[in-house]
Ligand binder design. Sequence first.
Ligand code: HEM
Length: 363
Amino acid sequence: MSARKPVYYGEYLGLDALLGAQKPLSGRDGRPAHDEMLFIITHQAYELWFKQILHELDSVREDFSGRTVPESRIGTAVARLSRVVEIQKLLVDQLRVLETMTPLDFLDFRDALTPASGFQSFQFRLIERKLGLPDSTRAKFEDTPYFKRLSGAHRKLVLAAGKSDSLFALVERWLERTPFTRFGGFDFWREYRKAVGAMLDRDERIIRSNPALDPEGLARELQALGATRVSFGALLDPERHALLVRDGSWRLSHAATLSALLIHLYRDRPILHEPFRLLEKLVEVDEQFALWRTRHAIMVHRMIGTKIGTGGSSGHQYLMKAAAAHRVFGDLFNLSTFLIPRSSLPKLPPKVARALGFAHGAA
Ligand code: HEM
């Protein structure tokens, strides 16, 4: 057997290509801008981490794409999504390094970049698509679809990613398949409706007896409570739920919503620990992206004020709109509205309680 060639660090990591990939443009006119190197390296570091995030998301999507999801793979998905969340925290923090560049330093090379922009990061778009960000909820960017700004090859990749199942769709199907919402003869949802009704009645009494509210404030609070009652009513009624889905105010299917709610309510039961952790991780991924978007938008405001972006958007304004609108798992956040204290939860019949103590095997 021939001896294996010794692995050389620089070769293994492809350092010649990696370290040769910083090509500042500002020197072309004889006035190199010192900070352009930082700008390039920061973006490249982001793109490397985006690649790792895609690697993790693809593996979770793969595990969830079968007809069943083996119990052990849920733990793996939780571990991989936890890794994604840690990377995202780094991505938020990393903007601090870029902010050591002042707006004037940026102006030294900004014009050389036009019309390139992070808006054209195809990996960022792949992450959005693979997570399941719907195009219909995107903030408007000059009335042209975002993928029109990508090169032909990148556009193809991003559009192809939209044709396979997103993590949102796969998790939705997994939730629909879980057997937790069927309780034999026990009408869990009737008992639960009563408990939530009592909670909302209590909230209404608190609002009405709040001396700090003027008539306008009172009307506002009561209106918000009324809206909560409406969405709660829709939560348990498939037809009203379908209306919410149609008008875009809810996205998760009725069956999946009920499963997710049950997982939240009974997360202390052994069988629901991992499913709960999974839902929690999805919320964290969404939260970290919202934080990144907001943090990036604030940095952009500081860097370019109210100028338009190099990609031609309204800059800070567009980015703030995107930060508010570009959410994937918003329904999982909204579920918290309908949580009731453990002490008010309907008591489960022994047979159901027993079933929630062991592996269900049907996920
Ligand atoms: C001086 C630093 C930066 C400035 C002034 C800046 C500015 C902007 C602006 C104005 C936009 C909106 C599109 C446009 O009109 O160009 C944008 C979008 C974007 N930027 Fe940055 N950016 C900076 C750094 C970064 C970094 C380090 C990343 C990391 C990859 C990044 C990633 C993105 C992404 C992904 C978008 C698209 C966001 C979306 O459509 O939701 N940017 N940027």
